[in-house]
Design a protein around this ligand. Structure first.
Ligand SMILES: [Zn+2]
Length: 302
């Protein structure tokens, strides 16, 4: 099964030709540049599809489908984007129809966290396990649950938002209206902001200072790890996944401290077999988005 995966982020769009084993055969990318409007990006997306097909030596007729994972919220049923925060000029735009008409194959849209989760579950750190929960720690905290190879959708097709699980009762107020959300204590943004209040430049500086034994920095990292441990506890009791996959910029370098906190907490569970939830590091890196989007595109048709 051959497919194209498209990963639309706030800063760049990545397009890849992906084979049946989840391998990226050819890739292209361009800046999202939302200030320049949707029609430009729509045309560049179609051109990039043509480019990766030609680089891979494939024809459009070889494709099982195209999947688009877009920074959300999105409406998968209508194929439209509704993200006034990072894609203001794309609000309500249809990503699916132009690609389907131009390439003549089925096109599926989902949010980027769902695409990355499907990629990790099918070809990465979740391979062979079911169900799989994937949490991605970057600017925010995204996540999704994959059951039987399919991403779990909620009421009306909408996605749950595990980044807004409340994990610290006395935690900071979150823009969602809640308090002590996982995202507001453990995202790169949250760690960086807490660091600035302690006189540190950014999240990287916080981790570096913590490693040198700086008490304030150590406390910020400990609080983020504590937040993740509480989230792992909630997820284990609500979903009991076989694997909890942790990815994103924060986990690329600091997985061990977060995984240790989550494992310690899970080991203390008495109502569920917490030790059966394996906490693992994401394996696909930045490719999770395009690989998962391609998988969504290939499987939606079948
Ligand atoms: Zn929140």
């Amino acid at each position: 099964v051959r497919a194209i995966g498209i990963d639309v982020g706030g800063t760049k769009v990545a397009v890849a030709a992906v084979d049946a084993n989840g391998r990226v055969v050819a890739r292209a990318e361009f800046p999202t540049d939302p200030a320049r409007g949707f029609p430009r990006a729509r045309d560049l997306m179609a051109e990039a599809c043509d480019n990766v097909l030609s680089l891979a030596g494939w024809a459009a007729a070889d494709l099982a489908g195209i999947g688009v994972g877009c920074t959300g919220p999105v409406d998968p049923a209508r194929g439209t984007v509704h993200n006034p925060h990072t894609l203001p000029t794309w609000d309500g735009c249809d990503l699916v129809t132009p690609l389907r008409e131009r390439l003549g194959v089925p096109v599926t849209l989902d949010n980027d966290a769902a695409a990355a989760a499907v990629g990790e579950a099918a070809f990465g750190a979740g391979r062979g396990a079911d169900p799989v929960v994937v949490l991605t720690f970057g600017t925010g905290v995204g996540g999704a649950t994959v059951v039987g190879g399919r991403v779990l959708r909620g009421a009306g097709g909408a996605h749950p938002e595990p980044g807004h699980l409340p994990v610290l009762v006395d935690g900071p107020a979150c823009y969602c209206g809640g308090r002590g959300c996982l995202e507001s204590v453990a995202s790169g943004t949250a760690i960086g902001e807490a660091g600035r209040r302690a006189g540190l430049a950014d999240a990287r500086a916080v981790f570096a200072a913590a490693a040198r034994g700086d008490a304030a920095a150590g406390q910020i990292v400990a609080r983020a790890a504590e937040g993740l441990a509480a989230a792992a506890w909630l997820i284990a009791h609500a979903v009991l996944p076989e694997r909890l996959v942790l990815g994103g910029g924060v986990m690329d370098e600091h997985f061990d401290v977060f995984a240790a906190a989550a494992r310690d907490r899970l080991a203390a569970a008495t109502m569920v077999p917490g030790e059966r939830v394996r906490v693992v590091r994401a394996a696909l890196g930045a490719d999770a988005g395009v690989v998962g989007a391609a998988r969504l595109g290939a499987t939606a048709a079948g």
